[in-house]
Design a protein around this ligand. Structure first.
Ligand code: HH2
Length: 283
């Protein structure tokens, strides 16, 4: 277990207390017509719910439900549309036995999602929209605080850092402290470097290699590399053919300090993490 994390201090995630002794798998459900990874496949509630049930059977520890794509160049949707996409899925899955996360940047969506039973809010904008942290302070839900340079529409146009690892670490630490200043306990917070969000391939690789430095900050680290274009750049493969690279990336993220991996291919990732677990358990 990375320094700063204690087995007796479980991750507080809404209705759940999760041990981080073993890495956790967050399975992705995109209820969107335009996600880069699986756009349109689960845009209707029934298909999204069925997909969520399948991910739990495959071994997901958390489900992450998103109603707005954040792919480079994507256009925002309004809160009413986002809620219409996610709420039926959230409500149908509340008894599935694993925590439900909602991937949103909008305080109004956060408020209604938490009221409908969301255990976690995953915000790619790091709860910077005014009011977002206040909604979280009034709830018991966990927070995933993610780093992004710029905004989805333009973030990949010319990302620049003097020291990407130090800058991402400093940003995440500041946002975690801002949350804690409102009374949100450390055990409800995870940090995410935001692979692909305003980063070149070189930036992403440096962050993956140095994930341990983020883990050393003292909050659990979540990593989302699944099917991302950095894996396409490395392997030359289209998005639907990046499963093997995604599994490798998830495994490397865990080896380098991540405690939660956000993935589309849950079953394959579970197998890889089981191999790692067996290795760690042998003597
Ligand atoms: N990546 C995506 C979306 N949300 N949240 C966190 N915390 N970390 C990530 O790396 C992350 C995220 C992008 O992937 P996906 O959801 O498949 O695509 P889209 O944003 O196009 O729906």
């Amino acid at each position: 277990m990375p320094p700063g994390l204690h087995p007796e201090r479980p991750f507080q995630c809404g209705r759940f207390r999760l041990s981080l002794g073993k890495p956790l798998i967050m399975g992705v459900i995109n209820v969107t017509p335009d996600s880069f990874s699986d756009g349109g496949a689960h845009a209707q509630s029934a298909a999204a719910i069925e997909h969520g049930l399948k991910l739990v059977v495959e071994g997901a520890d958390i489900l992450d439900i998103g109603g707005e794509s954040t792919r480079p160049g994507s256009l925002p949707v309004d809160a009413a549309e986002e809620l219409a996409r996610i709420l039926p899925v959230l409500e149908a899955l509340t008894q599935v036995g694993v925590p439900l996360s909602v991937d949103t940047t909008k305080p109004e969506v956060m408020r209604q999602a938490v009221a409908a039973g969301a255990d976690m809010i995953n915000d790619v904008a790091a709860f910077r929209v005014p009011g977002a942290l206040d909604v979280m302070a009034d709830s018991a839900a966990a927070l995933c605080i993610m780093h992004m340079q710029g905004e989805p529409r333009t973030m990949q146009s010319n990302p620049h850092y003097d020291d990407v690892v130090a800058e991402v670490a400093g940003f995440l630490q500041d946002r975690a402290h801002a949350a804690e200043a409102l009374g949100i306990v450390k055990e409800r917070i995870v940090l995410d470097p935001g692979f692909g969000f305003g980063k070149t391939l070189g930036h992403n690789l440096l962050l993956l290699k140095n994930l341990g430095r983020l883990a050393d900050l003292g909050w659990p680290v979540l990593a989302g590399l699944s099917r991302k274009s950095m894996l396409g750049a490395i392997t030359g493969r289209d998005v639907q053919d990046r499963v093997h690279a995604s599994v490798a990336a998830a495994l490397l993220a865990v080896v380098n300090g991540a405690r939660i991996v956000r993935v589309h291919d849950v079953g394959a990732t579970r197998d890889a993490l089981d191999v790692l677990d067996a290795l760690n358990g042998c003597s």
